[in-house]
Design a protein around this ligand. Structure first.
Ligand SMILES: Cc1cc2nc3c(=O)[nH]c(=O)nc-3n(C[C@H](O)[C@H](O)[C@H](O)COP(=O)(O)OP(=O)(O)OC[C@H]3O[C@@H](n4cnc5c(N)ncnc54)[C@H](O)[C@@H]3O)c2cc1C
Length: 762
């Protein structure tokens, strides 16, 4: 783990959260290398454990049983997690191309991105076949196929292309699940027909005749048509055509053929095989580039082995050790793949066949044994030791820093405060040259011609709206943090009914080597610009300094017509209260800090925070909103109370109509609340019949502080439904009408809360 006490000397970037990298993360968490910063770039935040995947398809496991959640694992390892897909590599510049974000620099690179079935050369396969990888895509399409099968009438024919262990296991799992679902629904399970096509003369070619015989028997018993010597050369919507054979009618096709490799490693100049797999030596180190390692399906070893998760898993500990050694300049360890290994292949129905060399065995108890082994494996990654206070780690691992690095780092201890804490001008200049800060006619002096301060013009007839926000990073991805911080700051401008014009940034970047500081600053500012630019705002200047931790904020300026200013005080009795985004970021990130969330909950929360309020503000105006605010630190109730006070009205909130981020109800139920919650909770005195509503499990979410939250507006009742419908089409999928405004009543408390919704539309 990168200890907070040690500066970053080297960057190790792991691409892909495959079976080997999960072990690398765990091992580096247990025995960190101070000075080595870890970054994991993963296209999927959950790694399906290959051994349990057929069991998931068959319905024996739930999603979380067989997926490794990369977010808590990365946190455990102190690794930055970038949810993104690498599509290019610059070996000379030591950067990775990652669409949608700035290039990621590395000193050491490890690639464990797996493989996917090869559909490229078969006409129609890309359109009509469902490849088993990428797995998240497969799982979505598999659920759709299930629904299609259940809704169909008469025979439903599935072709599975690929007769290796993966294809056979998947075919039997698919058949088991569909027949069971049909049976449970009172339908005829026998109307699902399955054909297994393989190009060779036999199925399971890498297994013994005994294993083949057992599976041929099982397939026959289940009525699966096994079509050997069927090299599929074309896929149509309703048929498979194999070379020299009659076409096979199908309603769906699953594609589980030989593994293929992505093009980018070879295109970058890494030594690869003819098929594109990265050639490594027996240290798992690239044969052409010693700073690059590869493992799992993507790696081509000197002594090749089948593409199997078993090997990827076994490579993990050696890879972890070698990455540690490479970072600290020590000799590498050899990886010796087993010649023979025990394979446990399931038959779909909680029954398995064991295969090792020429030996085989079958039975339900083997499935039980496999289940026990697989669950134990998963526990190592999903049941992580609880968070403990940062142990006093040595400042740097021996051997990680060369003389130049040591010289650079020795100056860190003597860094000044005040103006001396500013990021060096050369770093800043380089960062600014790489950024496109934008220009506008009313920004007279900005970053295109930098001076001591920005000079802004307020066009005639317009008013200037200003706001400022600044906070510590709560995620370790500087680019995403920059996006969220910019969105959060702009929320105030939109809530006032203004259009953004310009912004000044204030950034604190952790102390470190010059290039590390430069990269962090670049990522932060790129994130902010990615949010500012589409709103029309330009970055006109700012201030950066070094400090103990990453923090960022913006002073934002907006322009508005005098009669279009929205105030909190504009709510009118009869208005519906419309909220544009779900709530729950406070509790979710409090849980995230303790590694008590699911990665997908945090991912959805980040997506919500990155969603700009710009289009929502325009939509609210179009539907006649009379008052607006952005929901941030004081929580939904705190901001609503501000509005009712300023407007001299009361409000009724429909508790169960309030949209919640996925997982927020669970983390609140677990008692995990933001540290700001107790202060926000003081406003509960504004709620009528408190005793009654405070018992509701969602009640604490009314006080949950939001980062980059949505807009809360009063919209005329007859426009509210149309407004919510339009917000949803604009991408605010959880937008909803959550209550109404009433004239001030007899009671002192302005807010009434009803449990459940009023049952009206939307
Ligand atoms: C149906 C089926 C059943 C199988 N059953 C078994 C079995 O029982 N036992 C067994 O040992 N093997 C099994 N296999 C084989 C096994 O799935 C693979 O060998 C194994 O998953 C390879 O592991 P890996 O670590 O190389 O990559 P993966 O486990 O595939 O992980 C790679 C990860 O990298 C990420 N990624 C990919 N590209 C990028 C990118 N460009 N940028 C960032 N991230 C990226 C993906 O999100 C992916 O999660 C089965 C295969 C199939 C199809």
């Amino acid at each position: 783990m990168q200890s907070a006490n040690s500066p970053v000397v080297k960057d190790l970037v792991l691409v892909g959260g495959g079976h080997a990298h999960v072990a690398v993360l765990r091992r580096l968490a247990m025995r960190p290398v101070p000075g080595l910063r870890l970054t994991l770039i993963a296209r999927d935040l959950h790694t399906p454990y290959s051994g349990m995947l057929p069991g998931y398809v068959a319905g024996h496991y739930g999603y979380d049983d067989c997926h490794i959640d990369l977010r808590p694992l990365a946190q455990f390892a102190g690794a930055r997690l970038y949810h993104a897909e690498v599509d290019g590599l610059d070996l000379a510049g030591q950067t990775l191309r990652v669409p949608g974000r700035p290039p990621v620099t590395f000193d050491l690179l490890s690639i464990n991105t797996g493989s996917r079935p090869c559909t490229l050369n078969v006409p129609g396969a890309a359109e009509h076949a469902i490849p088993v990888k990428p797995i998240d895509g497969f799982l979505v399409r598999w659920e759709a196929l299930t629904r299609r099968c259940l809704a169909s009438r008469g025979p439903f024919r599935i072709g599975v292309v690929g007769g290796g262990a993966g294809g056979v296991e998947l075919a039997l799992a698919v058949l088991y699940r569909l027949r069971r679902l049909l049976g449970e629904g009172g339908d005829d399970p026998g109307r699902v027909h399955l054909a297994l096509l393989t190009q060779g003369p036999e199925i399971l070619p890498s297994h013994s005749p005994g294993v083949r015989a057992r599976f041929l028997r099982v397939l026959r018993e289940r009525g699966v048509e096994v079509l050997t010597d069927h090299r599929v050369i074309e896929v149509a919507a309703d048929a498979l055509r194999a070379e020299g054979q009659e076409s096979v009618p199908v309603d769906a096709v699953l594609w589980v053929t030989n593994a293929s490799a992505p093009a980018w490693p070879g295109e970058a100049g890494l030594a690869v095989t003819d098929e594109g797999f990265v050639r490594v030596d027996d240290h798992l180190q690239s044969v052409s580039h010693p700073g690059v390692f590869a493992a799992g399906d993507l790696a081509a070893l000197p002594d090749p082995r089948p593409k199997s998760g078993v090997f990827a898993v076994r490579q993990g500990p050696v890879l972890a050790d070698n990455l540690r050694r490479a970072a600290t300049g020590r000799g590498l360890r050899r990886y010796r793949p087993q010649r023979r290994f025990l394979g446990l292949i399931s038959t779909g129905d909680r029954y398995a066949v064991a295969s090792r060399g020429g030996w085989s065995l079958e039975g339900a108890w083997l499935w039980q044994a496999k289940d026990w082994i697989d669950r134990r494996f998963m526990r190592r990654f999903n049941d992580l030791p609880p968070m403990s206070a940062d142990k006093a780690a040595p400042a740097l691992a021996a051997g990680i820093a060369d003389q130049e690095a040591i010289r650079e780092l020795s100056t860190l201890a003597m860094r000044c405060g005040g103006c001396g804490a500013k990021v060096g001008s050369s770093v800043l200049t380089r960062v600014m040259q790489r950024l496109a800060a934008g220009t506008r006619a009313d920004v007279l002096v900005g970053l295109d011609a930098p001076d001591d301060a920005a000079v802004l013009a307020v066009p005639p007839g317009k008013l200037l709206v200003q706001s400022v926000d600044y906070f510590r990073a709560f995620i370790d991805d500087a680019y995403v943090f920059g996006q969220i911080a910019a969105n959060h700051a702009l929320g105030d401008v939109f809530a006032m009914g203004a259009e953004p014009q310009s912004a000044l940034a204030i950034a604190t970047v952790p102390y470190g080597r010059e290039r590390v500081v430069e990269q962090a600053l670049y990522e932060l500012m790129s994130g902010a610009l990615a949010v500012l630019a589409p709103t029309g705002a330009v970055l006109a200047g700012g201030h950066t300094s070094e400090g103990a931790e990453l923090a960022f904020g913006l002073a934002v300026n907006g322009l508005v017509d005098p009669d279009a200013v929205w105030r909190k005080g504009g709510l009118k009795p009869g208005d519906r209260l419309v909220l544009t985004k779900p709530v729950g970021t406070g509790t979710l990130f409090a849980a995230d800090m303790r590694r008590l969330t699911k990665g997908r909950w945090i991912d959805a929360a980040i997506a919500s925070m990155i969603l700009s309020n710009h289009a929502a503000a325009v939509c609210l105006r179009r539907h006649g909103a009379s008052a607006c605010t952005d929901v941030t630190g004081f929580g939904l109730l705190g901001h609503l109370v501000e509005m009712t006070r300023a407007s001299g009205v009361d409000a009724v909130l429909e508790l169960e109509a309030i949209p919640l981020l996925e997982g927020a109800a669970e983390t609140v139920a677990a008692g995990i609340l933001s540290s700001l919650q107790p202060q926000n909770l003081r406003l509960r005195r504004a709620v009528r019949d408190l005793e009654q509503v405070a018992r509701h499990p969602w009640f604490p979410l009314l006080f949950d502080p939001q980062t980059a939250g949505g807009l809360l507006a009063g919209v005329p009742a007859d426009r509210a439904d149309a407004c919510v419908a339009e917000l949803r089409t604009l991408g605010y999928l959880d937008a909803g009408a959550i209550g109404r405004v009433e004239a001030t009543g007899e009671t002192a408390e302005p807010i009434a809360i009803v449990i459940g919704t009023t049952g009206g539309p939307l």
